[in-house]
Design a protein around this ligand. Structure first.
Ligand code: NAP
Length: 336
């Protein structure tokens, strides 16, 4: 098998493809031949040494999700078989001794940490759904309890998580307003059926906050789902927030800055953090419900993930470089 190893924190030249002996599943384990590894912003941060909580110290293998075909099963596995298509569960990369990343041709895991894939899901998507859709669903539906008619502001509208969030908001009867950083992305997102935003606003325009106000009935948004978490964008979110509204911070894309949070007092509003780990920490019931929801909605065409690019695993450096440019819309996928 081959695995990508980050040998030291730094640029894309720190990513190396290493050949290792093929692992052999024992007991309840299965060996999955990966056909899809979803790339996440966290992978870039891990490589740069900005997410040590998750990556640990080098050497390590990046990657938080994956899926493919079962290539071999351990002797105690009775509910999975060779050739079955599976998605790695959310907690498959989490091991007691630290995360074991998915960037490789194969992944050894317990049978219980695989989810059987519906036939309708193409091979290249098997490892690319969970981070985007479960982060958005778990926060907005499971934790926030979004109600029909509520307006949700989604910064970083071109990112896979925000696009998933827009589809989820629309499906649950809400109104998704996306903000994006460039006029070009704005145009593309407006033209893209699967982007699911009711409205897209470009934050490089001076009057963008006024535009958001005009797009709502009463000039405010009920919920903000924000991966930037800093600076003028967060300040604007605070100003746009409705009485009793909630801003969820789920990423750290922005640079920390001084903010005036006093409007939150008058609005009795909340600024809260969101980490997907909270869903898995609660045990299997909500997680299984979340998996089923996402797979059902993919099967009936309600959700559709826009693919920004597909790279062979050997081109992982180029894939990281492209994602780092930030000109993409949707998800990058590595295909081993
Ligand atoms: N909390 C959790 O559990 C969790 C789970 C998964 C992902 N995440 C977070 O979700 C975010 C998106 O992940 P992804 O993999 O979909 O990312 P991605 O594809 O790399 O998207 C990043 C996008 O964010 C926007 N952006 C970047 N820097 C920005 C800045 N300084 N100010 C404003 N906007 C900026 C840009 O979109 P526009 O040009 O459209 O604005 C950029 O294209 C990341 O922050 C990631 O860490 C969190």
């Amino acid at each position: 098998m081959q695995k990508v190893i980050v040998e030291a924190f730094g640029g894309v030249d720190r990513l190396h493809l290493a050949a290792l002996p093929d692992p052999c599943p024992t007991g309840q384990q299965v060996l999955v031949r990966l056909t899809s590894i979803g790339m996440n912003h966290a992978d870039l941060m891990a490589r740069r040494g900005e997410y040590r909580l998750s990556s640990g110290e080098p050497p390590f293998t990046p990657g938080l999700e994956g899926g493919g075909y079962i290539e071999a099963v351990g002797p105690a596995v009775h509910d999975r078989h060779v050739g079955q298509r599976v998605l790695l569960s959310l907690d498959a990369p989490v091991h007691p001794e630290g995360r074991v990343g998915t960037y490789g041709t194969h992944y050894l895991t317990s049978a219980a940490q695989t989810v059987i894939a519906p036939d309708a899901l193409p091979d290249q998507l098997l490892g690319a759904l969970w981070l985007a859709y479960l982060t958005a669903w778990s926060c907005l539906i499971w934790r926030q309890g979004l109600r029909a008619g509520q307006v949700v502001l989604l910064p970083a509208a071109s990112s896979s998580v925000a696009i998933a969030a827009a589809q989820i908001v629309r499906h649950h009867g809400g109104v998704a307003i996306g903000t994006t950083t460039s006029a070009l992305k704005c145009e593309k997102l407006r033209a893209m059926g699967e982007s699911a935003y009711a409205h897209i606003v470009c934050t490089s325009e001076r009057q963008w906050r006024k535009q958001v106000k005009k797009l709502t009935d009463n000039g405010v948004v009920d919920v903000v789902f924000d991966p930037v978490g800093a600076g003028p964008l967060l300040q604007s979110a605070i100003h746009l927030l409705a009485q009793g509204g909630t801003i969820w911070i789920y990423g750290l894309l922005g640079k920390p800055d001084v903010l005036d949070v006093t409007p939150l007092i008058r609005k009795r509003a909340a600024l809260r953090g969101w980490l997907l780990d909270e869903l898995s920490a609660l045990g299997s019931e909500p997680v299984q419900r979340a998996y089923q929801h996402v797979l059902d909605r993919f099967a009936d065409g309600t959700y559709a993930l826009p693919i920004a690019g597909i790279f062979p695993l050997r081109d992982v450096r180029e894939a990281h470089a492209r994602m780092e440019q930030g000109a993409h819309i949707g998800k990058f996928i590595l295909v081993p």
